[in-house]
Ligand binder design. Structure first.
Ligand code: IPD
Ligand code: CA
Length: 273
């Protein structure tokens, strides 16, 4: 076994335990959390900050040599091939409103490739795990993408970008998309969106811009569950490029064709490292 695989195997149970601990802490903030605003529509709660502090402390103690990049600003070592990507609460808007679709997302990346992922949704007590070469599970049971092979039968996710202008653009895209798919869902947590594809409840998801800490963990889980992940042009998925198309594989080509029609040019990006 290589040193890389050894680290992957060792960090998986660590990420699993940490996601559960962080999820329990997040749950204790539901309905009492204080909400602040990063922008007019972008929320931050004291739950996000407390959960990120817990995760960052645990990673710094156990892996002081690893880098760390987290949504609310926590950092780790300066240089390393290993980097943790943390979204303490993905789906903060849902969380702040008391809706159950949000998750703790913990990803470990090696030289640009996400290799370990833990996505935990405490309200449903659903823990998705994946590690490169080791498969993907939901609450310990192996998961697999769906077998839907026709776009017209596919239930897909398309998230809403923030801001009024982007929403207008989105309505045009949805018009085109709805002509070709079974239906669209907007769940409000990109980390869970990717996991829904991984476990076969959703057939395809794509989003741009989307941050690496939102989807890195989900990408490992989805890949290990047999999903196809790529950039919008069908090229390799690149963690820091803020775009992802993730499907069950069988509808991937059709989804890419749809994306080529609905997303002709890159849009503005949210945040940067
Ligand atoms: C957001 C969610 C949402 C997606 C946004 C993300 P946050 O993450 O994943 O589904 O559409 O692009 O920013 O802010 O709730 O962690
Ligand atoms: Ca977040």
């Amino acid at each position: 076994m290589t040193d890389i695989q050894r680290t992957i195997d060792e960090t998986l149970p660590f990420a699993e335990a940490l996601a559960r601990e962080a999820g329990a802490l997040a749950l204790s903030y539901v309905n009492t959390t204080e909400v602040r605003f990063k922008s007019e529509t972008d929320l931050l709660t004291d739950g996000d900050e407390a959960v990120e502090a817990l995760i960052a402390k645990a990673i710094r103690e156990r892996y002081p040599d690893h880098r760390l990049y987290a949504e609310e600003g926590a950092v780790g070592a300066d240089e390393s091939d290993w980097r943790w990507l943390i979204d303490p609460i993905d789906g903060t808007t849902n969380f702040a409103h008391g809706l159950p679709t949000w998750a703790v997302s913990i990803c470990l990346e090696y030289q640009g490739t996400p290799v370990v992922g833990a996505v935990y949704n405490p309200p449903r007590d659903e823990l998705f795990l994946g590690a490169q070469g080791r498969g993907a599970t939901l609450n310990g049971e192996p998961i697999r993408v769906s077998t839907i092979d026709t776009l017209r039968r596919a239930l897909v996710i398309s998230e809403l970008p923030q801001g009024d202008l982007a929403v207008n653009e989105m309505i045009g895209r949805w018009n085109e998309t709805l002509k070709r798919v079974q239906s669209i869902r907007v769940l409000g947590s990109a980390a869970l969106d990717v996991c829904e594809v991984a476990c076969g409840r959703i057939d395809g998801y794509w989003q741009r811009p989307i941050m690496n800490y939102d989807i890195g963990a989900g990408v490992v889980i989805a890949r290990e569950a047999g999903a196809t992940v790529s950039a919008y042009d069908g090229g390799p998925y690149i963690l820091d490029n803020k775009e992802l198309c993730c499907t069950n594989g069988l509808i991937h080509k059709d989804v890419l064709e749809l994306i080529a029609i609905t997303h002709p040019a890159p849009t503005e990006t949210k945040g940067s490292e």
